[in-house]
Design a protein around this ligand. Structure first.
Ligand SMILES: Cc1cc2nc3c(=O)[nH]c(=O)nc-3n(C[C@H](O)[C@H](O)[C@H](O)COP(=O)(O)OP(=O)(O)OC[C@H]3O[C@@H](n4cnc5c(N)ncnc54)[C@H](O)[C@@H]3O)c2cc1C
Ligand code: FES
Length: 266
């Protein structure tokens, strides 16, 4: 059940220029949150930030009662959030949204994320590894703008069999998009299930590749949000139903969907 909470920031760390990891003390989120879920954060006071901003839960520490979010400064809300320091209070609602499917026997897993899409996938890999232990060998496909923005690589390496990296400018790893790189490896690597997170056009391409290679697929959508709790329709997305389609809320019915459920436009 989501709760409205005001909790203390335990630490703030700048991982790359304009990208921050905020650790928040909250036994409730640490215990309740599942990979793919997010918190809706009140970033500051004033009309411009009256709407909370959705940020994925990137990891939890159940022993210490803390959770991490990693966010990139994009506009007013995230810029205000970046000014928080250890000891400050932060007001948020969570955990929100539907989590990723957690298979009992994961088989061959791939996660595919670009930019801010990698953060919920880290939590997912951590939980899958926690359940399956050393037999778990998921592969991570991580896409960045350039080498300076390539973060959390060691974190992913600790959890993944292989970490494949792409950058738009070729300054690290494969030159191109992470979906192109996934496309090159998908057939040969025999994945059973792929999880992806990113903007709708990217998710559409991952779904096409998964379909072509007979891989089950879940995607988490980065949709603009208003209320975050299913009350305003800002986050509507088209989903399939027997006799056509209907709108569902990404905040409440998602952000995670099975590939066969949704209709994504370019
Ligand atoms: C379920 C979910 C989980 C998210 N998790 C993370 C995360 O873990 N880390 C992170 O850095 N960001 C995450 N985002 C994106 C984050 O919510 C936006 O970057 C943030 O709301 C921007 O607020 P702002 O006030 O700083 O910028 P605004 O002034 O509101 O917007 C600035 C720019 O950011 C873009 N933007 C706004 N909202 C979104 C959005 N929802 N998705 C993508 N781009 C957006 C706008 O198009 C604009 O170009 C997530 C979004 C969703 C829906
Ligand atoms: S953000 Fe308001 S309904 Fe989803």
């Amino acid at each position: 059940m989501p709760e409205v909470l005001a909790e203390k920031v335990e630490s703030m760390e700048e991982l790359a220029r304009g990208v921050f990891r905020m650790r928040i003390k909250s036994g409730y989120i640490a215990e309740e949150a599942r990979p793919g879920q997010f918190v809706n954060i009140k970033c500051g006071d004033g009309m411009e930030v009256i709407l909370r901003r959705p940020i994925s839960i990137c990891s939890v520490d159940r022993d210490k009662g803390t959770f991490d979010v990693v966010f990139q400064v994009r506009g007013t809300g995230t810029a205000l959030l970046a000014q928080k320091r250890a000891g400050d209070m932060v007001d948020f609602i969570g955990p929100l949204g539907k989590a990723f499917h957690m298979p009992e026997n994961p088989g061959r897993i791939a996660v595919v994320g670009g930019g801010i899409g990698i953060f919920p996938l880290y939590f997912l890999l951590k939980e899958l590894k926690g359940v399956s232990g050393d037999i778990f060998t998921g592969d991570a496909f991580l896409g960045f703008r350039d080498s300076a923005s390539a973060i959390m690589l060691d974190d992913f390496r600790q959890l993944s069999g292989n970490v494949f990296i792409s950058t738009d400018d070729g300054s690290m790893g494969f030159k191109g998009t992470i979906v192109q790189l996934f496309g090159e490896k998908a057939a040969a690597n025999g994945y059973d299930l792929v999880y992806a997170c990113g903007p709708a056009p990217m998710m559409k391409k991952v779904i096409e590749l998964a379909d072509r290679n007979g891989i089950k697929c879940q995607v988490s959508l980065e949709q603009r949000m208003g209320c975050g709790i299913g009350a305003c329709l800002v986050c509507a997305c088209k989903t399939k139903k027997e006799d056509g389609w209907e709108y569902k809320h990404v905040c409440k019915d998602g952000p995670v969907f099975w590939s066969g459920e949704i209709i994504l436009e370019d």
